[in-house]
Write a protein that binds this ligand. Structure first.
Ligand SMILES: Nc1ncnc2c1ncn2[C@@H]1O[C@H](COP(=O)(O)OP(=O)(O)O)[C@@H](O)[C@H]1O
Ligand SMILES: [Mg+2]
Length: 232
């Protein structure tokens, strides 16, 4: 079985910090499985996701994504690999507000030849594929041609998830995507997201401070907050 992400003896220290923000000795996620990363605010969840995604490079240790030694690569090569293989759902969604919903969802397939080809292997056009994902994420069709700035937070989050799934990347990473949602919306979003990741065989790494969400995942990693003072 192949491995989605793995890391050994990982340490990450922000410049100027006396101790590592992230310290994980061993982690390995089999391809197609899901991992929940739980921890309070400031425990290094977002920093860890950026390390796993190859946005940051570890201070010590190594990260492999899809069995590739990404932490040894140049920034440019990591950027390209990420565009080809990773769907990222940001806490603030990072949608382009002036573009329509459909244009936002189509974007990953325009930025990566690989995801473009994978999209067209399944659907007749990028727009047809974007519509497919928006339907799966249960976003009302009346909103598909509106600029995303008109959408509610919950609706924007569904657009961000549809965008991450576009072109069927092997790995989906989500950074606290449910933190702005009410309880009913959280339940429904978790259901739809985990189901759609399974439908394309994608691994899912999902971060939240809300430990109740652990039930949706195969594996769990708990981070604890350290403060410089506690360390002294
Ligand atoms: N860009 C940065 N520069 C310096 N320190 C940072 C930066 N981003 C985060 N940190 C520090 O790293 C720690 C963990 O932050 P973060 O990974 O955002 O935690 P979480 O996502 O769990 O809330 C915090 O103490 C924060 O101050
Ligand atoms: Mg965070």
């Amino acid at each position: 079985m192949s491995t989605a992400v793995s890391l050994q003896a990982l340490r990450y220290r922000w410049p100027g910090s006396s101790r590592p923000t992230v310290a994980v000795d061993d982690l390995s996620l089999p391809q197609g499985e899901s991992l929940f990363v739980q921890g309070p605010s400031g425990s290094g969840k977002s920093t860890l996701l950026n390390l796993l995604a190859g946005v940051l490079v570890p201070t010590e240790g190594e990260v492999q994504m899809l069995e590739q030694p990404i932490s040894q690569w140049s920034g440019r090569r990591r950027d390209r690999f990420r565009a080809d293989h990773l769907g990222y759902i940001f806490q603030q969604f990072n949608l382009l507000p002036y573009l329509t919903v459909l244009a936002n969802v189509e974007l990953p397939a325009r930025l990566s030849t690989r995801r473009h080809e994978q999209t067209l292997a399944q659907q007749n056009s990028l727009t047809a594929a974007a519509e497919h994902w928006l339907r799966r994420l249960q976003l009302p069709e009346s909103l598909w041609r509106a600029p995303v700035s008109r959408l509610s937070v919950g609706q924007q989050q569904r657009v961000a998830a549809a965008r991450a799934l576009m072109g069927s990347p092997e790995l989906i990473i989500a950074d606290e995507p449910t933190s702005a949602l009410d309880e009913d919306n959280v339940e429904n979003f978790m259901q739809v997201l985990t189901e759609q990741c399974r439908s394309i065989g994608a691994s899912l790494i999902f971060v939240s401070h809300d430990r109740r969400l652990a039930q949706w995942f195969d594996h769990q990693l708990v981070l604890t907050a350290h403060t410089e003072e506690a360390d002294a």
